[in-house]
Design a protein. Structure first.
Length: 325
C-alpha cells in the first residue's frame, strides 16, 4: 500500500479508501491510484482485512446428494444470492452422511475462516449433530427437528396437496404415488400430504411405490403401475422419476393423458419438453437461495429476529400430461 501511495503521489489513507471501495475519493485521484495498483500488481489482502473487521465475507455450504436436481438448483441459487451480497461460497460436500462426517465438515470450514454455514443435510442426521456454538447457521431443505437456527424449505405439504387435488378435480377416483427414498424428509412430507389429501376428500389411499429420485427408478415403478388397469392418475415425487413413469406408460400402451394423467414435482427446465409436456409442482429455488443467504447474513450480523421455519410457497404448473378422466 505504501508503494502504491508513492507511485500515485497520494497518502496511504487515500489508497486504503480506494482499496475498500469508499466513495470519498474524487474520480481523477481514484483513477490514478487504480492505475498504480495495476502497475505494481497490488491486491488488497482479504485475510488482513478480515482480521481487522472480524468478517471474512465468506460462507460455507455443507451438502449431501450433489447429484439431485433440487440440490444443484438450490446451490446455484445460494451462490448467486451470496455473490450479489458480496460473499464468496465455500462448498463442503459430505460423501457419507453421519454425525462424524458433518462434524468433520464443520471443522474443515472453521479452518477456512467462514462467517457462517448453510446446512443442506437431511433432518435425521441433523437431529444427532451438535451444531457448533457461536457459528451462525441456517438450515435448508432439512425439516424434521426443532433447531435453534432459521430453517428455509419449500412448502412440501402445499405442493403435494396441489398435485393431488388437481388430479381429483379432473375426475379421477384416486391418485397413485411414486415417492422418493424413505430417508428423505422432503419425500416423506410429500407422501404424507398426498395420503392426507386423499383422506380429506374421502378417497381410497393406494399403496405408495418408492424410488430413489432417478428416472430409472421411476421407470421401474411406472412398469408396475402401467400393468394395473385401475391406475388413471399418478403423482410422482420429482420430475426425473416422472420421466421414467412416462416412458413406462408409453411402452405398455397406456396413453398419457387419455388413459393416465401424470403430475411431477420440481419443474425442472426439461419438464416443459417431455412428451407430453409435464404438469408439475414448481419449487422456486431462487427464492430459497435468497432467503437462506439473507437469513444467514442476519445471523452473522446478529440482527434481532426469531429463529423460525420459513416455508417457500409452491405453484402448480399445468401442462399436457393431465386431463379429465
Amino acid at each position: 500500500m505504501a508503494d502504491v501511495a508513492r507511485l500515485a503521489g497520494v497518502s496511504g489513507q487515500t489508497v486504503s479508501r480506494v482499496a475498500n471501495g469508499r466513495q470519498n475519493v474524487d474520480t481523477i485521484t481514484r483513477a490514478r491510484v487504480q492505475a498504480a495498483m495495476r502497475q505494481l500488481g497490488y491486491r488488497p489482502n482479504g485475510a488482513a482485512r478480515a482480521l481487522r473487521s472480524g468478517e471474512f465475507r465468506s460462507v460455507g455450504v455443507i451438502v449431501f446428494e450433489l447429484s439431485t436436481f433440487g440440490t444443484k438448483s438450490t446451490l446455484d441459487a445460494i451462490a448467486t444470492a451470496a455473490t450479489e451480497r458480496g460473499y464468496s461460497v465455500n462448498l463442503m460436500p459430505v460423501l457419507a452422511v453421519s454425525r462424524q462426517a458433518v462434524a468433520d465438515a464443520f471443522a474443515r470450514l472453521a479452518e477456512q475462516a467462514v462467517d457462517g454455514v448453510i446446512m443442506m443435510i437431511e433432518a435425521w442426521v441433523l437431529d444427532e449433530v451438535e451444531l457448533p456454538v457461536g457459528l451462525p447457521v441456517v438450515v435448508v431443505h432439512a425439516g424434521g427437528g426443532h433447531y435453534d437456527h432459521p430453517v428455509i424449505d419449500t412448502d412440501q405439504v402445499q405442493g403435494a396437496r396441489q398435485a393431488t387435488e388437481h388430479l381429483l378435480e379432473l375426475g379421477h377416483e384416486t391418485v397413485w404415488h411414486v415417492g422418493g427414498p424413505s430417508i428423505s424428509f422432503a419425500a416423506k412430507q410429500r407422501r404424507e400430504s398426498w395420503q392426507q389429501t386423499l383422506r380429506d376428500h374421502g378417497r381410497a389411499v393406494p399403496p405408495a411405490l418408492t424410488g430413489d429420485w432417478s428416472s430409472t427408478s421411476g421407470y421401474e415403478a411406472g412398469c408396475r403401475l402401467a400393468a394395473n388397469p385401475e391406475v388413471t392418475a399418478i403423482f410422482v415425487a420429482n420430475d426425473q422419476m416422472a420421466l421414467g413413469v412416462l416412458r413406462a406408460l408409453h411402452e405398455h400402451g397406456r396413453a398419457v393423458p387419455d388413459e393416465v394423467s401424470v403430475v411431477g414435482f420440481d419443474d425442472m427446465e426439461e419438464a416443459a419438453h417431455f412428451w407430453p409436456p409435464l404438469t408439475t409442482v414448481r419449487q422456486t429455488f431462487s427464492d430459497i437461495g435468497r432467503r437462506s443467504v439473507d437469513a444467514l447474513i442476519a445471523e452473522i450480523r446478529s440482527v434481532d429476529h426469531q429463529h423460525r421455519r420459513v416455508p417457500v410457497p409452491t405453484t402448480l404448473i399445468v401442462r399436457k400430461s393431465t386431463a379429465p378422466r
